[in-house]
Design a protein around this ligand. Structure first.
Ligand code: ZN
Length: 249
């Protein structure tokens, strides 16, 4: 594989500044943790981190137009992302083919909800502040997102995300999670939206060091590669009226 993907890790970047527990787990921020892993992966040419506090919220045309795949982590400040920027991300996916890898609480982010068209609500529980066991089962072992991943990933402590998860039927289901408290959850889901692809992957609560887990990071890197733009030969035609190729009648 050639080293060609330009990745932008979009990180809300609020928890790390306001919550001591999160700072202890991710002293340099969650985005840094993900970015430093992706930088070393095959097929990835460059990785930059963009945050809510950056100019244009890290979502300018200049950034989007030079991004092949964007990862998205947000939680407490979804509403602060401007509608204009949300529309820019949505269009870059649907019309430009940018991949979007949405992580954990990003299920309630505005770009994800805009691309799904549903509420994206789910059940949740951070049991007694420490979480519970999660077992992610691979339900599609031939999928590129689980390349090099065993049949299950076990997390000793995780935040429970449970069904019903109000998403459109995924085009491809990759993981289903079991939780110690009894729930199940569609924890790895793929969709195609126009020219673009969207992968949602649920592990990643901010007070648990899940983004230090090698297998979780491997799935994110595989997700980035899966979501990379397809080559559209000749580009997309904007003129929808076309003369016939052969004489008619
Ligand atoms: Zn969480």
């Amino acid at each position: 594989m050639s080293n060609e993907l330009r990745v932008t890790v979009w990180n809300e970047g609020v928890h790390e500044k306001t919550n001591e527990r999160v700072r202890k787990v991710y002293p340099k921020g969650m985005g840094w943790q993900i970015a430093q892993y992706l930088k070393k992966q095959e097929g990835i040419k460059s990785v930059r981190i963009a945050q809510l506090e950056d100019p244009d919220q890290g979502l300018s045309d200049k950034i989007l137009n030079t991004t092949d795949v964007m990862t998205w982590w947000g939680h407490v400040a979804h509403d602060r992302v401007s509608d204009e920027n949300v529309e820019r991300v949505r269009r870059r996916v649907v019309e430009g083919g940018m991949g979007l890898v949405v992580l954990h609480s990003g299920h309630m982010s505005k770009p994800f909800r805009a691309l799904m068209g549903t509420t994206c609500m789910l059940k949740w529980r951070e049991w007694q502040g420490i979480g519970e066991k999660e077992r992610l089962w691979v339900v599609n072992p031939a999928h590129p997102i689980v390349d090099g991943v065993p049949e299950r990933i076990e997390l000793e402590r995780s935040e429970m995300y449970g069904e019903h998860f109000d998403i459109p039927q995924p085009d491809e289901q990759v993981f289903i999670s079991w939780f110690q408290g009894g729930e199940v959850f569609r924890s790895g889901c793929c969709w195609h939206r126009g020219l673009g692809k969207v992968f949602y992957f649920s592990p990643g609560h901010e007070t648990i060091p899940i983004y230090r887990n090698e297998l979780i990071l491997k799935v994110i890197a595989n997700g980035v590669r899966w979501a990379s733009p397809s080559r559209v030969l000749g580009g997309i035609k904007r003129d929808h009226f076309v003369p016939p190729l052969e004489p008619i009648g």
